[in-house]
Design a protein around this ligand. Structure first.
Ligand code: ATP
Ligand code: MG
Length: 283
């Protein structure tokens, strides 16, 4: 069995569970227990506070974990980052009251900064030769300036709406974070082998999410143009249609180029274009 720690509830919970499910791993955690065993994969899932995950992985209570990079950097445990998962994206930023003049980090000299990330904040201030006082609080950091507890804050931001409603403005980004898969550095061979299997699946799911399967009919005289446009995994599949002079073309397109490719396909007289999600993609 491989033991994985995930957040019990909160911003990373749903995406973590969805990732495991998309990897074909059945987890039955109907009654919100601390622990669940996967039905069809040698995986045991521990549901924990995100703050505790680095420690548990370091101690080997869990072999691997899914947690925000911000938490991993703050806890400074000697664990390995195995995979960047691409969800839970946010930034750790310094914010000050809207009315405060801010021209650069030097304006933070002598201020009192409230944060739940004292380690990362202190490193940032030291690196920039700023002498400020860090005031550690565990939650609701954004209200600290409003109630006179601090002059500025260092907190997680995604849209910035929480800052806005609290009369604050974001002035410096210290860290760009996302959920990562971490592992104990001394995994036994058996656990390592299961982790590799899991990683193969995670990779397949991640790649698939960024790609679409597309299918279309095209006149044969345009096939050269269309093939040049569609790389596919090796090259596109071309199958003749019953109607003379036409073919069906099938390929895989990356989401980044998607609309551009569709527009060009139309120019090359492609018709009946079907676009389908891909569940898994194994190169
Ligand atoms: P727990 O009860 O597990 O300690 P928490 O309240 O500390 O939960 P959440 O608010 O659920 O944590 O956030 C978990 C992680 O989600 C953060 O550490 C961060 O990596 C990520 N995240 C993404 N966007 C945001 C955001 N706007 N604010 C806070 N965290 C965010
Ligand atoms: Mg937490």
């Amino acid at each position: 069995m491989l033991k994985i720690a995930v957040q019990k509830s909160g911003r990373l919970f749903e995406d973590s569970i969805r990732l495991l499910k998309d990897c074909g791993i059945d987890i039955n955690n109907g009654n919100k227990q601390l622990k669940a065993v996967a039905q069809n994969f040698p995986l045991e899932i521990y549901f924990l506070r995100d703050d505790d995950i680095p420690q548990y992985v370091y101690d080997g209570v869990a072999d691997i974990g899914i947690v925000g990079e911000n938490v991993v950097l703050e806890k400074e445990k000697d664990i390995e980052t195995v995979y960047r998962l691409g969800f839970g994206k946010c930034r750790l930023s310094i914010a000050v009251p809207k009315s405060m003049k801010y021209n650069g980090v030097d304006d933070l000299q002598g201020l009192k900064i409230a944060t739940s990330y004292p380690v990362i904040s202190t490193n940032f201030l030291n690196k920039n030769n700023v002498n400020a006082e860090i005031h550690e609080i565990s939650g609701s950091v954004e209200i600290a300036p409003g109630i006179g507890l601090a002059d500025a804050i260092c907190d997680l931001v995604s849209s910035g709406s929480t800052l806005f409603t609290n009369g604050l403005k974001e002035v410096a980004v210290i860290l760009k974070s996302e959920a990562i898969l971490v592992a104990n550095k001394k995994l036994a061979a058996e656990q390592k082998a299961i982790m590799e299997k899991l990683l193969l699946r995670i990779n397949a799911v991640k790649t698939a999410r960024h790609n679409k399967y597309i299918l279309m009919n095209a006149p044969n005289h345009q096939l050269k143009n269309i093939v040049a446009l569609l790389p596919g995994m090796k090259s596109p599949t071309i199958v003749p249609l019953a109607e003379e002079g036409w073919s069906s073309v099938q390929s895989v397109v990356n989401e980044n180029d998607f609309w551009e490719v569709i527009e060009k396909l139309k120019q090359f007289e492609a018709e009946g274009i079907l676009v389908m999600p891909i569940e898994q993609m194994i190169a």
